[in-house]
Design a protein around this ligand. Structure first.
Ligand code: SIN
Length: 289
């Protein structure tokens, strides 16, 4: 005899999860889940394990309301409040990322073109643990999101470099406005900034990941400027090597969730004449150690 399911939890979600790796670098597609429906604990435990293993998870063909997206995100941790209120949606944790303009003004944050590798909110004391993007409209080409594996980047560093960065902290600053391809050497006086370990340990997996990024890391504390710059450039070039990267070509209905504690992301250029509309939820993380 079949056991009754709790209300709103579909029996077909019981059993092993179908997980299909997206690339040798990182990422996996989770198949057969409709996030409009509540997930049972056994299924969520498998999703969490897949996320920890693959760093980025993809669920395709979703038809999600803001509430559905927030409900799924909240299984991982508390949704962070949107800082830029002009792009906030009904729920205080939901924001648009878009190049669409109404009356000449963008309706979303991070509107245009290419963005260099970064991790979300690394300039805050408690950066985002996870970020979720849900694709509503996508360009015919470009506007892809690239992900780099921070564990692989750290683990493959020469021992001499690991030694140079051991115990070091680096200053991360939010100082790029919309020009998300430019990394300045200096930091504007009132720019939000925070120094975090160059190598952080993931609280769930116990693995070490390289935690600097080309867009927002300014300098390594306690090093002469030229030495810090030389070392950072070496680290950026290393962590962005193609073998550590997966490039996601979006389709409407894709929901991607990545782990900012061990994966970086970047965006490829796209035509300003093409519409791109994404809904984003970020999940508050812990202070990196
Ligand atoms: C982001 O950096 O959060 C946005 C990435 C994207 O638009 O692909």
């Amino acid at each position: 005899m079949e056991h009754a399911s709790p209300v709103g939890i579909t029996p077909r979600f019981a059993g092993p999860l179908q997980v299909r790796p997206l690339s040798p670098a990182l990422g996996a597609e989770i198949i057969g889940i409709d996030l409009r429906e509540a997930l049972g604990d056994a299924v969520f435990t498998q999703i969490l394990a897949a996320w920890h293993r693959h760093l980025v998870i993809l669920l395709r063909d979703q038809k999600l309301s803001e509430e559905d997206e927030v409900r799924f995100g909240a299984r991982f941790g508390p949704p962070a409040l949107v800082q830029n209120k002009q792009f906030q949606r009904t729920h205080p944790g939901v924001m648009l990322i878009s190049n669409i303009r109404e009356d000449g003004k963008p309706i979303g944050a991070l509107p245009d073109g290419e963005m260099q590798f970064h991790t979300d909110q690394c300039y805050m004391e408690r950066p985002a643990m996870a970020s979720m993007l849900y694709a509503i409209e996508v360009p015919r080409s470009g506007g892809n999101t690239m992900f780099a594996n921070g564990y692989s980047a750290y683990e493959t560093l020469p021992e001499e470099v690991k030694h140079r960065i051991a115990g070091r902290r680096a200053l991360n600053a939010y100082d790029y406005d919309n020009a998300a391809t430019i990394r300045g050497a200096t930091v504007r006086d009132n720019a939000p900034s925070y120094a975090h370990p160059v190598v952080r340990t993931h609280p769930a997996t116990g693995r070490k990941a390289l935690y600097v990024n080309r867009l927002m890391t300014r300098h390594i504390e306690g090093m002469a400027p030229h030495e810090s710059e030389e070392l950072l450039n070496l680290l950026f070039a290393h962590q962005e090597r193609p073998e550590f990267v997966y490039e996601h070509v979006w389709q409407p209905g894709d929901l991607l969730m990545w782990d900012n504690r061990c994966a970086l992301h970047a965006r490829t250029d796209f035509s300003p004449n093409e519409r791109r509309l994404m809904r984003r939820v970020t999940i508050l993380g812990e202070k990196p150690v």
